[in-house]
Design a protein around this ligand. Structure first.
Ligand SMILES: Cc1ncc(COP(=O)(O)O)c(C=O)c1O
Length: 478
């Protein structure tokens, strides 16, 4: 068998692809059938499988698009219909692009001004904990950065002992695929659904001890706020995880791309970097940490521009040199870097763009918080559905208590029960959600995942269709 095929087969065995291809294919066919005029109980498919706010109708922030426009078309620098701070920002960024053009390769690994802005953003976010721009590596999306850091840590199947990376279950599957694709092993630790998807140190210990029999556990991957779980870790929970990583000598990979997406009052996002610094020595100067963030998420939602970064903490200078070399393989696209600049350094009170920026972000925040409230109320009012509070992130991940008859039917059809449920939801109601089996779940439990970052109309229509479908489905299989 070809080496590539062998590698693909082994990753596919270990984790289902991001979108169950059968479901995605069927969604495509139904769209085509609707286009050709085939009559269905709906005229349009609602697809909430992506964590992509713009795809779901949310609008880009004006300031971001104005800065991008002026950078791409510098004649706009002299157009006084654009606010002065937009033109200044674009001018400043272009002055750090080679030849003053966004079309040139940027310095490696990113436009220096953007790395400085990110570092200042981190200092503000973390209550003054220092951040060195030299420890920040800009990348074409945060997943690219994660993949590269993993490539340093993970030894594949050709080494005597394969590396293990502790990964949450449920989890964003691309991260797991990265580990597996490098020949490593994803060692799943269960988040406790009953405790609001809490990370539990006893569980980390249990899976680590078991994994040590066969693999070499090298790193612990956390997603905070969680995808798909929607939990937000408390400071205490983060301290416990850091102590565990320190004791077990694990590299900490903190995927913090949803840090701006917090929906519950009295809950705040606290970064791993901040907690680590606050814990003081020996933790603060020994635990190796990579913290990832992205322009794809939050209210910016610029997924398509591909801008992310990783900040590295406590890495040996020799390792940093090596990391720098790896990241120098490819620059992030300039639009993605500009988006990062806007994310890290948005308009401030007194700036001409501030009132509009503030209005747009506040409207978005109110919209998503209300979406979360409505989703929670509707889901938890339906028999056989239960959803933990969505404290942050972009998704709801309710559990569906499927009747035994539905489970048997799914098995007869050779499908996972929650894939069967999602397929029926797609066919009958034109609503496309992802089944929990794509993210990993406790054996015998079934979930669905959908994005809550969408227009109010989309969320309301989705929930109406979903409630009718679910009630019929439960009646049919009870
Ligand atoms: C946990 C998590 N990390 C990273 C990403 C992707 O980020 P990026 O677009 O920066 O590669 C996603 C996207 O859904 C995600 O859910």
């Amino acid at each position: 068998m070809s080496v590539v095929l062998q590698k693909i087969n082994s990753s596919v065995r270990s984790i289902r692809p991001m979108q169950d291809t059968a479901l995605a294919q069927r969604a495509g066919q139904i769209k085509e059938e609707l286009r050709q005029g085939v009559k269905k109980p709906y005229i349009k498919i609602i697809d909430l499988t992506w964590g992509d706010p713009h795809r779901h109708g949310l609008k880009p922030l004006t300031f971001a698009r104005q800065v991008l426009a002026a950078c791409l078309y510098p004649k706009l620098l002299n157009d006084d219909t654009l606010p002065a701070d937009v033109r200044q920002r674009a001018q400043g960024l272009l002055s750090e692009c080679q030849g003053g053009s966004m079309g040139s390769y940027t310095d490696l690994p990113g436009i220096p001004q953007v790395a400085r802005q990110i570092s200042e953003f981190i200092v503000r976010r973390d209550g003054g904990v220092p951040s060195d721009p030299e420890s920040i590596l800009i990348s074409p999306g945060s997943q690219w950065a994660l993949q590269n850091i993993l490539s340093l840590l993970v030894h594949g199947s050709d080494s005597a002992v394969r590396s293990g990376v502790l990964t949450p279950l449920p989890s964003h599957c691309v991260s797991i695929m990265s580990v597996v694709g490098l020949g490593g092993v994803s060692v799943p630790y269960h988040l406790s659904e009953e405790q609001g998807w809490e990370v539990q140190v006893e569980e980390l210990n249990r899976v680590l001890e078991a994994a040590k029999q066969e693999y070499d556990p090298v790193a612990l991957y956390v997603i905070n706020p969680g995808n798909p779980s929607g939990h937000v870790q408390s400071r205490k929970s983060i301290q416990d995880v850091i102590r565990f990583a320190s004791e077990k000598r694990l590299f900490l990979l903190a995927d913090e791309v949803y840090q701006d997406c917090i929906y519950k009052d009295n809950i705040e996002f606290v970064s791993y970097k901040r907690v680590l610094a606050e814990m003081g020595p020996p933790f603060s100067n020994t635990v190796e940490l990579a913290s990832f963030h992205s322009a794809s998420k939050g209210f910016l939602g610029e997924c398509g521009l591909r801008g992310g970064y990783v900040e590295l903490v406590n890495l040996d200078p020799a390792v940093m040199k090596h990391v720098f070399t790896i990241f120098s393989k490819d620059n992030a696209p300039t639009p993605g870097q500009i988006a990062l600049s806007v994310m890290a350094s948005p308009p401030q009170p007194g700036d001409p763009s501030y009132p509009l920026y503030r209005m747009e972000t506040q409207q978005m925040q109110t919209l998503i918080k209300d979406n979360v409230r409505i989703v929670h109320e509707v889901l938890n009012s339906l028999p056989g559905v239960s959803c933990q509070p969505v404290e942050g992130g972009a998704f709801a991940f309710p559990i569906i208590y499927l009747p035994p008859k539905a489970i048997r039917k799914a098995k007869e059809l050779g499908m996972e029960p929650d894939t069967f449920y999602c397929l029926r939801l797609l066919e009958d109601a034109g609503v496309f959600f992802s089944p929990g089996c794509e993210y990993g779940q406790k054996v015998g439990t079934y979930h669905i995942r959908f994005c809550i970052m969408a227009t109010r109309g989309t969320i309301e229509e989705t929930l109406t269709r979903f409630a009718v479908f679910h009630t019929h489905f439960m009646d049919e299989f009870s």
